[in-house]
Design a protein around this ligand. Structure first.
Ligand code: NAI
Length: 483
């Protein structure tokens, strides 16, 4: 089987060479096609950070094993890491955080074992990177949470939890505040949960989750979260098991999967042969299991665990009274321990089940759409306008434009209602949301909304607008604070 390998930037080539040396010594039956991605590819003028040949190779091989990559700052280009995850729809980011013997943490010293898998949605949320300045003072980020996108990652999490023999699966969220976005994610979680009665499914609000993970990490098994919350919570979990040097990551999609370490290019130590390759090695071991090379995975992981138990370490962790090894010496120490079993947590050598990634060319983009079960109706519109006037002055102008079909419902500033009721203690910024709804449920269409837009634009710069919809008998929009 052939996989694509991109060594990456900074410490990337050093740690990738170390890991591939371990794979070669273990006679892992993989061939590598090295592809060009990362900083120098940006520098050569490829704005997505990868050459067309790299893209073609990865799309035909289906597996990318990558080192960390740098995104040049100040050039307006997007991270190649995020581009790769999104372009190839690797919708689930799977990060396993386990107590590693020899890696001292407050929990290992207290005898509290940790084995948490964080499944982070990998495409949506604020990582859409859709941002605008609405006025010179006000920026806006769009946060997409979709039903099909949530279902993909949540279903993956349940399937993975079932295969792992996990008992508990938890959804982390903030649906008490973000009722429509996180509310949708949570709704889908419990819909999918019905299909897995053998798993205990529950949910925890993300701030509470952070506190509980720090106080009782042993109570959690698999935790599934939206993108940004998952990003933050997974770094928290990396801290629980000894830091980023031990955090592997698998980006799982239906066609292409990407395996990488969580950490970055560590420019401060690049080229010094002192980087810790453990996180990339753990990512590589996850990749071996993903393609069914169970025996190689178990042998290498047991050798790694044995090496850690011996107290061998690179400079960034471990017992300072034992001299640290450089990257090459550390990988050689692991190779020397092939065939040895760690005292604790030895991994069973399961039979190989080689699977070749499905090699196919997609003809067109897949449209993911769930069945529309509720009738949709336009009942109003939110206009986001620029103004530094007082709410009453804005209301006076808006009321003139309402006409016969619309009524002005309220005006809010940064999500807090300031008209018709409000408080003078609410600080304002120069961008308001004025909400119009139809009079007496008068049926509205887009032309009505455009008419109001044109009329209102005589008085205000309209920065953006959103239709207010009813889905069945449910309002498909949030209320302002205080409304
Ligand atoms: P970083 O993870 O590269 O470094 C943070 C700290 O951890 C540094 O002190 C570094 O020396 C240390 N460190 C990280 N990995 C280590 C290892 N394997 N062994 C020993 N020490 C290690 O994060 P930072 O500094 O925020 O980002 C540096 C660059 O990496 C940026 O250009 C960023 O965009 C990129 N990056 C790339 C990622 C990827 O390719 N998936 C992920 C995160 C950052």
């Amino acid at each position: 089987m052939k996989i694509a390998v991109a060594k990456g930037d900074g410490i990337g080539p050093e740690i990738m060479d170390a890991v591939l040396k371990i794979f070669t010594a273990a006679k892992v039956p993989l061939e590598y096609q090295f592809v060009d991605m990362g900083k120098w590819v940006f520098d050569k003028g490829f704005s997505n950070g990868m050459t067309p040949e790299a893209q073609e190779a990865i799309e035909s091989l289906g597996i990318l094993f990558k080192g960390p990559m740098e995104t040049p700052k100040g050039k307006g280009v997007k991270s190649v890491n995020v581009t790769a995850r999104k372009t190839w729809n690797t919708y689930a980011n799977n990060r396993v955080f386990q107590t590693l013997h020899g890696v001292d943490t407050v929990f290992s010293k207290a005898g509290i074992p940790i084995d948490i898998t964080i499944v982070r949605e990998n495409i949506e949320d604020t990582y859409g990177g859709i941002e605008h300045m609405l006025t010179h003072d006000v920026s806006l980020s769009r946060r997409f949470i979709t039903r099909p996108g949530s279902e993909q990652v949540i279903r993956y999490a349940f399937e993975m939890a079932k295969k792992k023999g996990t008992k508990r699966i938890t959804c982390g969220h903030k649906s008490n505040i973000m009722k429509l976005t996180d509310g949708l994610f949570l709704e889908v979680f419990y819909e999918v949960a019905k299909e897995y009665p053998e798993l205990k499914a529950d949910d925890v609000i993300v701030d509470d989750l952070c506190m509980k993970l720090v106080t009782r990490p042993d109570l959690f098994d698999v935790v599934v979260l939206t993108n940004l919350q998952g990003d933050i919570v997974s770094d928290l979990c990396a801290g629980l098991v000894g830091g980023l040097g031990f955090a592997p990551s698998a980006n799982i999609g239906d066609h292409i999967c990407i395996f990488e370490a969580v950490h970055g290019t560590a420019p401060d130590i690049a080229g010094k042969n002192i980087a810790n390759p453990t996180a990339l090695l753990l990512s590589g071991i996850a990749m071996l299991r993903h393609v069914g090379l169970m025996k190689s995975a178990a042998m290498i992981e047991n050798a790694l665990l044995f090496t850690l138990e011996e107290g061998k370490h690179t400079g960034d962790f471990g017992d300072k009274s034992i001299p640290s090894l450089n990257t090459i010496q550390y990988s050689d120490a692991i190779i020397a321990n092939f065939g040895k079993q760690p005292r604790l947590g030895a991994k069973p050598s399961l039979p190989d089940m080689p699977t070749t990634p499905t090699m196919f060319k997609l003809e067109k983009n897949a449209m993911m759409e769930s069945e529309e079960t509720q009738k949709e109706k336009i009942v109003g519109v939110d206009f986001f306008i620029e103004s530094n006037e007082q709410p009453v002055a804005i209301a006076t102008k808006c009321l003139r434009h309402a006409g016969v079909k619309f009524k002005l419902i309220n005006i809010s500033n940064r999500g807090t209602q300031v008209w018709p009721t409000g408080s003078v203690y609410t600080n304002l910024v120069n961008q308001y949301n004025v909400r119009f709804e139809s009079i007496d449920d008068f049926p509205l269409n887009q032309q009505d909304v455009l008419g109001l837009y044109v009329s209102l634009s005589g008085n205000f710069k309209i920065c953006s607008s959103e239709l207010l919809l009813m889905l069945g008998d449910k309002k498909a929009y949030s209320l302002a604070q205080g409304q």
